[in-house]
Structures are given as C-alpha cells and as structure tokens.
Design a protein around this ligand. Sequence first.
Ligand code: PBG
Length: 332
Amino acid sequence: MSFPIERLRRLRRTPALRALVRETVLEPSDLVLPLFIRPGRGEARPIKSMPGVFQFSRDRALKALATAVSAGVRSVILFGIPDKKDAQASGAYAADGVIQAAARAVKDRYPDLVVIADLCFCEYMDHGHCGVVGKGEILNDETLELAARTAVSQAEAGCDVIAPSGMMDGQVAAIRRALDGAGKETTAILAYAAKYASAFYGPFRDAAESPPSFGDRSSYQMDPANLREAMREIALDIQEGADMVMVKPALAYLDVLRRGRDAFRVPFAAYSVSGEYAMIKAAAERGWIDEKRAALEALLCIRRAGADFIITYHAVDAARWLASPGRAGRKA
Ligand code: PBG
C-alpha cells in the first residue's frame, strides 16, 4: 500500500483526529520539580543563569510549593546548600541538615507529595567533588560509607525516594543495605545510573554552589561518547537494588533513554538539566524561540524517547501550560 492509497495526512486533518492517534502524552504528574534549599528564613535568591529558579530558605520553599502543587506537580527533588562545607561532607548526613529539615517540613505540609532526596556530596564538600578526596583522587569505597549514612538520615527525615547521583561504584548496594538495616525497607532508590560528565550542568553549579575546586568529574561521571557502558551502569544499579534508574542529561542523550527503556523493565527517569533549561530561557528572552512550545516539545520528546517521568526546571510552568484548557474545544 502506497500513494495514492496511503495518505498519512488523513489522520492529521483535525485537532481531534490528531489527539485520537497521538502516541505519547505528557501530564503534570510526569514532572518532578527540583528545589534548592538553603539555610535561613525569608530567602529567595535568584539564580542568574536560570531565570525563574531560586535558592529558597525552607519557609520560602514551602510557599513555592503551594504554587507548584496547585499547578498539578506531585513530586519534588531536594538539593541542599549547607551553611558550611568540609572534607567529610558532614552537612549531608546531619540529623538537622538542610535537606533533612526541609524534607520534614515538606512532608508535614504535603504528606502526599513524592519527596526525592538527591544524595551527593559535591554541595557539602569544601573541594566540591562528589566523594571523599585522598591523595588528589576521589575515593570510591570511603565515599560509600558516607552515602549509606546520608541515605538513612534522609529516609528518617521522611524522604520517599533516595536518589544517589555521585556515580560511585557500588553506591546503590551500599544504600540499599543501610536502608534495610535501619528499618527503611520501604524507602525507594532512584539511581542516577547513566550520569554523564556534561557541560550542560554549568548553570547548576552556580545554583548549588558546587563546582569542583580542582580537576573535573570525568573520573566518576560517564564519558558522553559511551552508550554500551550506560547499559552496564543501568544493569548494575538494578542488580544492586535500584527501583528506578535515570539518564542524565536528557536532550543530547535520548538514544540512551530509548536503548535503556527497551532493555530493562524498571521505571526510567530523565533529568532535563540546568543547561537545557538555560538554553530555552536565553533564546526565548531574545525572542528567538517560543518558550512554551519549545519546552513542552522537549518534554514530550523526552517522554517519547522512553522516560516515564522527567526532572525539569520547567515543571511548574509546564504543568500550568498542560492544564490550560481546550485548544480543541467547541466553537464559541
Ligand atoms: C551533583 C549534581 C549535578 C546535577 C545534579 N546533581 C551537577 C554535577 O554533577 O556537577 C546537575 C543538575 C543540573 O544541571 O540541572 N550533585
């Protein structure tokens, strides 16, 4: 069957026909809102490279959440910016650490919200690396002990999901063991399984005040050139007990998502990172791109490539845009 019998335009003729045969949907419940939490009160510090994103003190984060929840957002991921940093990342596993306190407050006000804790040490280490440093190297197994402690303290603060992003080998197993040992066997793990050493994290490092003071993250994060290796990372994390896995960044790595989605059964997350957000924002500010259409298209396509849900700085706006009714309604 081919032209003139087969005419694919027949099913593109009206909005309702297009909706009928649409293969992928994007909903507010697919979106996870990242929140940067700092100590103090009454603070909402704008992040220059990410217009519309702020470092919030706990009280202001709750305010922002009210808006997000009413837009339809049902999940958040928390990043902490502690008062002080040291060589043991002690702020990461302090019982009253910035994430722990925020998680308690959020869960108290919004018990039904999914609260995900990012588990990484770069924001808490004085050198800005994601693990313990010794002799100029990032030490893997020494970092696992800290990861285990941090996961337990985040779970005790009420986080539903622990998301280790440090790319240390064995981190998922260490965290699963520690959680189970602490009676937190119902706390889930979302592994940043295929996290690449990416230039697209640039604006985040301003936001989280976490750039490394020497070297870069290439000895632990993945080489952007590698796809087969991503499949090994994902397989290992699932074997170690990950309930869900993530690919990060999103837009330049859609092939990784698709390949992973086809090869494994666990839910897949994609992290549409700070640089992806900043590019759309910057172009839109100059009038070079339509922000709403570009952001929704990018998110939809990340879903199409295989993501079950997406961490995105556009979460609140996108949820609102998706909810705004009826492009294809009745005739007025
Ligand atoms: C590390 C971490 C990073 C991001 C999330 N967690 C940055 C990095 O690895 O340098 C990047 C997120 C983004 O760019 O939006 N804790």
